[in-house]
Design a protein around this ligand. Structure first.
Ligand code: TYD
Ligand code: MG
Length: 453
């Protein structure tokens, strides 16, 4: 019998009968890899289902296990649901193994039995990391296993019968049912779906670690997103110590919740006051700096926007650089500043940066970005106790944003005395809710410049 093979894009999972240099679906080059098309037999071990009346279906009790890290519990929607499958994705070296080891320690202290399987590191290496983290477990039930064969892992897990199972990483583990190499799309999918079945059958909360590259993924955990219950992404710049854990999908809780950690010498520590953390090195009375209030997940967060405008040294196109902001949106904001406020940037390089390596992807930052640029152009500092938020439209109008009160309160709790905000938001605020800050509402950017400078 001839083995049937197919070429599968390792980025997005598209199949093709013949080799292609470029994936027709996602456009990535050189990602098509030949894999044997295996027939995975459907398992009919479950009894056939029958239709049930809606009211006869009992609401399941979702029991959750809480970690000692409140921030993390919030990202999970109040703790890890029993029998759920969680995917934690992130670039290599970002801290996935560290986080999971810390979480496993917490679980084992809570007297849960934990099995941590590593396909990447030896037990010695994990122990070294554990000692560095100060795990110091004396009688916790944390079991380690160095193994890459999925069937063996599952059989060990069935014998040990833990409450928590961790697979680090999904790319190094392979199923002997398939002949393709570990890390290919078919292997990664097979591993995930077997672990999924194991998790549901035995009510074991399971975690899969998935490496992704900056560009998205190679043999992508992306293709697993629909298989698992919860998808968390761990992000951060390598040369900054903070890490953001974000929920992208959560069958049992809210999405886009974030937890912010700092990687230190003893592993990851929760940043309990992220706004203060991101503002801690802010220069006061420096031109070109503006404090904005953005929403990360369900929580307001203050951040500093820095702008620098300097003459282009060489003839040619002036540079427009942004770090932590959307490049196209920022170009649009700069065009509005030029057109509506009468500045001219021809022959000027412009650099805009969100301090601390934070990424801000919300239009509510618009007004702050523009005011940072104006502050630099005027060489006049924005008052250090003033915070700004508002979306800006093409004709220079300041538009209202979501969760205005939460933003105002966050600014107040960090000691800001004045807040510049959209008039549309201001008019809807209940006056008695407002904390003791001076609210300055604006309808367009001209007004904002008038009030701030
Ligand atoms: P790791 O958890 O191994 O990353 P991943 O599993 O995502 O690949 O984290 C590795 C990085 O974290 C490494 O550069 C060392 C650093 N680190 C610390 O700074 N402090 C610590 O206490 C630990 C354990 C790691
Ligand atoms: Mg790791």
């Amino acid at each position: 019998m001839k083995t049937k093979t197919a070429f599968i894009c390792q980025n997005c999972g598209t199949q093709s009968p013949k080799w292609l240099g470029r994936c027709p679906s996602c456009g990535e080059w050189d990602t098509m890899i030949e894999e044997v098309e295996e027939e995975v037999k459907a398992e009919y071990s479950f009894p056939p289902s029958e239709p049930l009346l809606y009211e006869e279906i009992e609401e399941p009790e979702r029991e959750r296990i809480k970690t000692r890290i409140d921030e993390l519990n919030r990202v999970f929607g109040g703790g890890v649901v029993l029998g759920s499958l969680v995917l934690i994705g992130g670039e290599p070296g970002i801290g996935k193994s560290t986080l999971l080891l810390q979480v496993c320690r917490d679980f084992s202290i809570l007297d849960e039995k934990v099995l941590y399987v590593s396909g990447e590191e030896s037990l010695d290496q994990i122990k070294i990391r554990g000692e560095r983290l100060g795990l110091g477990l004396k009688n916790g039930k944390l079991y380690l296993l160095a193994e890459t064969n999925l069937e063996r892992i599952i059989s060990q897990a069935e014998t040990l019968n833990p409450q928590i199972l961790v697979l680090d990483s999904v790319q190094t583990v392979f199923s002997s049912k398939l002949s393709s190499t570990p890390g290919t799309i078919s292997q990664v999918r097979e591993v995930a779906s077997q672990v999924f079945r194991f998790a549901k059958k035995n009510q074991v909360s399971s975690f899969l670690v998935g490496h992704i590259t900056k560009e998205g993924s190679l043999a992508g955990p992306k293709s697993l997103e629909h298989v698992v219950d919860v998808v968390l992404y761990f992000e951060g710049e390598r040369d900054h110590s903070h890490r953001v854990l974000r929920a992208l999908k959560n069958r049992f809780g809210p999405v886009s919740e974030v937890a912010i950690f700092e990687m230190g010498t003893k592993g990851l520590q929760v940043v309990t006051n992220p706004s203060a953390f991101f503002l801690r090195e802010r220069p006061e009375d420096a031109a070109g700096s503006a404090v904005i209030c953005t929403i990360k997940g369900s929580r307001p967060l203050l951040a500093e926007i820095q702008a620098l405008v300097s003459s282009t040294l060489f003839t040619g196109n002036p540079r427009r650089m942004t770090i932590g902001l959307d490049h196209f949106r920022t170009s649009m904001l700069l065009a509005i500043v030029e057109k509506k406020l009468g500045f001219s940037f021809a022959g000027e390089d412009i650099y805009i940066n969100v301090a601390g390596g934070l990424a801000v992807d919300e239009p509510a930052a618009d007004l702050g970005v523009m005011m940072a640029v104006v502050s630099c152009l005027k060489n006049k500092a924005i008052p250090p106790d003033l915070c700004i938020f508002g979306e800006v439209g093409l004709s220079g109008e300041v538009r209202s944003v979501s969760q205005a009160l939460a933003r105002v309160k966050e600014a107040h709790s960090l000691g800001f005395k004045k807040v510049v905000l959209p008039q549309g938001n201001f008019s809807l605020l209940e006056k008695e809710d407002i904390p003791d800050v001076k609210l300055m509402d604006v309808q367009n950017i001209k007004q904002a410049v008038g009030i701030i400078f």
